[in-house]
Structure formats: structure tokens, C-alpha cells
Design a binder for this molecule. Structure first.
Ligand code: CMP
Length: 139
């Protein structure tokens, strides 16, 4: 099934100028970038985007990190894109991510873990609509 998922290239990556290297890994794995833009989140926007984590101990730090520099938000499209992108990213904690994944290759820590990807079809729908209108997504 052809799906879409929301990807974020996080501040730790944009500030190290490795957006192109992350995009190369995404494209090498057959995921198509059908929308992409560079933005800087406000704290209110970051809190809303990550609302499911509100109240968790790492939440304040997550908001601080996600607002510390620009991010690249993108829509990826492909066969089983949600699950496939999670495989390409690797585990949330780079210490346990598999070799060859984006996080194993580039992430600095669980907080500065280079990329985010939607975790379910429901999340993908909400997260894509959070950043993009249909007009901004290439068919
Ligand atoms: P992400 O996929 O963007 O979703 C929430 C983020 O919170 C996660 O990646 C991590 O960068 C960060 N985070 C920090 N600590 C934790 C934790 N213990 N569990 C899950 N996510 C964490």
C-alpha cells in the first residue's frame, strides 16, 4: 500500500548541515520526498505537535531542543512508508539503533536523534496536516 509519512530533520542535523546526507539516505531506501520546507518552530507549536508526550519527564527538554534551530519538515511517500521510514531511521535511542540507519549514523543522543517519523497512520495524517496543506504536496 502506498502511504505518506511525516518526517522531521531535527535541529541537531540542520545545525550540523547534514540535511543533504539524511535526504540521500531517505532517497536511497526508495522513499520519495513529495513535500519539504525549512521552518523554525515556536515553543507553542512544538508543544502542540508533541502533545502526546506532554507531562513526560523529557518533554521540556524536547520542546527546547526542537525550537533551538530550524527544522526541515517533509512528507515521504512510498510502499508502507510509515513502517519503512521507521526502519530507515532506526531506534529512538541511537545507542541501540541498527547499523546503517539514520540515527545510528548521525544521532548524538536520544534527545538529539536527528529525525522524527510518524508512528501510525493516524499520527501521519495529523502530523502531515499540522505542517502542510494538500496543495503543497506533490502527487
Ligand atoms: P521523536 O521520534 O521525535 O519523538 C519524541 C522525542 O522525544 C524522541 O524522538 C526523542 O528525541 C525524545 N526523547 C527523549 N527522551 C525520550 C524517551 N525516554 N523516550 C522517548 N523519546 C524520548
Amino acid at each position: 500500500m502506498i502511504e505518506r509519512t511525516l518526517s522531521i530533520i531535527k535541529p541537531d542535523a540542520t545545525s550540523r548541515a547534514i540535511t543533504g546526507k539524511v535526504n540521500a539516505m531517505i532517497e536511497e531506501k526508495g522513499l520519495k520526498i513529495v513535500a519539504q520546507k525549512l521552518i523554525r518552530l515556536t515553543a507553542v507549536q512544538a508543544e502542540e505537535f508533541y502533545q502526546e508526550h506532554m507531562g513526560k519527564p523529557f518533554f521540556p527538554n524536547l520542546v527546547e531542543i526542537m525550537t533551538s534551530a530550524p527544522i526541515v519538515v517533509q512528507v515521504l511517500q512510498g510502499e508502507n512508508a510509515i513502517t519503512e521510514y521507521r526502519k530507515v531511521m532506526g531506534a529512538t535511542n541511537p545507542a541501540v539503533a541498527e547499523e546503517g540507519t539514520i540515527r545510528k549514523t548521525f544521532a548524538l543522543s536520544i534527545d538529539k536523534n536527528t529525525v522524527h517519523g510518524s508512528d501510525s497512520p493516524e499520527s501521519a495524517k495529523r502530523e502531515i496536516a499540522f505542517f502542510f496543506s494538500e496543495l503543497e504536496i506533490y502527487e
